[in-house]
Design a protein around this ligand. Structure first.
Ligand SMILES: *Cc1c(COP(=O)(O)O)cnc(C)c1O
Length: 430
């Protein structure tokens, strides 16, 4: 490779952060299944605890296997550092933790994963954090919600599950005018389809549970920092990063660690105190998945588009909401932000309402009826009778989960088999 040629996506997916193990020569990243690491001597221990020297102390803070995962995802996103977490939800808390304090506000998109709406709308209040929700289709809605208490804007670029693609560039401009960072949950897009930092986002979070691990075997999350946001010019707003930390002898993270400040804080305070660390085993499983991310995502997207087109012409299907279709209001946005494909999760409506929705999820054989997305296997769920069943019919429609709605996560199986399975179930349910 020429010196000036940056490695491509698939090269980074296989190699970034990894190297043969210096102790044994093991080519595959070892699973450092250990809680703690021996100090050379008392001075070494002191330097590690004072954050004067990088190294490993205890796996709640850092672990060599987890570090490889962090470096790999940071490289794929074009970030400078990352903090791996126990789950996608833990990543959201860890991402906001350095920025928020009691009374602070995060402006969040209304079109988020349902679990995220719950986490932000209810549990954040226990920390005194207030989430203010706005419709993300018009970026100006974010500007109108800004107050002097705003500390971050949080969106999903490709929103789960309705295929809403948010104008990341426009929302990033609004965040920066307001002097706050933009955080993007890019779980559904993955860095293969879109890199939010390239469009102005400051921080990216993922549930690695989904496409990054890709085979439905490890729950995890990650926070990636693009290091574009200058905490020191907003010293009063972000004291955790831009003012002296008493517990670390008065060091100021943004001064001492420069562009790694947010990531070091994520480990040295976030994981230390919240404890939502990723296990080495799960990090290793996720690394195996990431090696084939590019291959899988392309197949996921190609299959999803073929299946969406098939459903659009099916007599038992009332509508299909997939950003990759010509009929989608988000198609132009999809071309701009996700030219390789619009992901593999989308919704459609059956002509026979609630009862037919149930018959379809019970009629499929290749699809698995469960509450997850981003598996190699094709997955199906009828939100009104499962994930959203506590809502009223009015709330169901507002959440894009009306009685007729079925959500699919299209896998990487042979597409003809996926189509035959759906066709059989739809025809039998009619
Ligand atoms: C699943 C999901 C989450 C939550 O992640 P967990 O790993 O389940 O905690 C957050 N955001 C999106 C978009 C998701 O799909």
């Amino acid at each position: 490779m020429a010196d000036d040629q940056a490695p491509g996506f698939d090269t980074l997916a296989v190699h970034a952060g990894g190297a043969p193990d210096p102790a044994t020569g093991a080519r595959q990243t070892p699973i450092y299944q250990t809680t703690s690491f021996v100090f050379d001597d008392a001075d070494h221990a002191a330097a590690l605890f004072n954050l004067q020297q990088p190294g490993f102390i205890y796996s709640r803070l850092t672990n060599p296997t987890v570090s490889v995962l962090e470096e790999r995802i940071a490289a794929l996103e074009g970030g400078v550092g990352a903090t791996a977490t126990a789950s996608g939800h833990a990543a959201q808390i860890l991402a906001l933790f350095p920025l928020m304090s009691p009374g602070a506000e995060v402006i969040a998109s209304k079109k988020l994963y349902g679990g995220s709406l719950n986490q932000m709308g209810h549990s954040y209040r226990k920390f005194g954090w207030n989430a203010v929700f706005v419709e993300p289709e018009a970026p100006a809605n974010f500007r109108r919600a800004v107050t002097d208490k705003t500390r971050a804007i949080f969106i999903e670029n490709l929103a789960n599950p309705g295929g809403v693609i948010v104008d990341v560039e426009a929302v990033a401009d609004i965040a920066h005018e307001a002097g706050v960072p933009l955080i993007v949950d890019s779980t559904m897009a993955t860095p293969y389809l879109s890199k939010p930092i390239d469009w102005g986002a400051d921080i990216v979070v993922h549930s690695t549970t989904k496409f990054l691990s890709g085979n439905g075997s490890a729950v995890g999350g990650v926070v990636v920092d693009g290091a574009r946001f200058d905490w020191l010019t907003h010293r009063d707003k972000y004291p955790s990063l831009a003012q002296p930390a008493p517990e670390y002898h008065g060091l100021t993270f943004a001064e001492t660690f420069g562009e790694l400040a947010y990531t070091v804080y994520g480990h040295a305070v976030g994981l230390r105190d919240l404890g939502a660390s990723q296990s080495p085993m799960n990090a290793w499983i996720t690394l195996q998945g990431i090696e084939t991310l590019g291959l899988r995502m392309q197949r996921h997207c190609d299959n999803a588009l073929t299946v969406a087109r098939f459903l659009e012409s099916h007599p038992q299907v009332a509508w299909v909401s997939y950003a990759g279709l010509e009929s989608s209001p988000f198609q132009a946005q999809a071309r701009k932000y996700m030219p390789a494909g619009a992901g593999s999760v989308f919704t459609f409506g059956v002509t026979g309402g609630y009862d037919m929705g149930i018959k379809v999820v019970e009629g499929v054989e290749l699809f698995s009826h469960l509450a997850n997305i981003g598996d190699t296997r094709s997955l199906i769920i009828h939100p009104a009778s499962t994930t959203h069943r506590q809502l009223t019919e009015e709330q169901l429609v507002a959440a894009g989960a009306g009685p007729d709605v079925i959500r699919l996560s299209i896998g990487i199986e042979t597409v003809d088999d996926i189509i035959a399975d759906l066709d059989r179930a739809l025809t039998a349910a009619a």
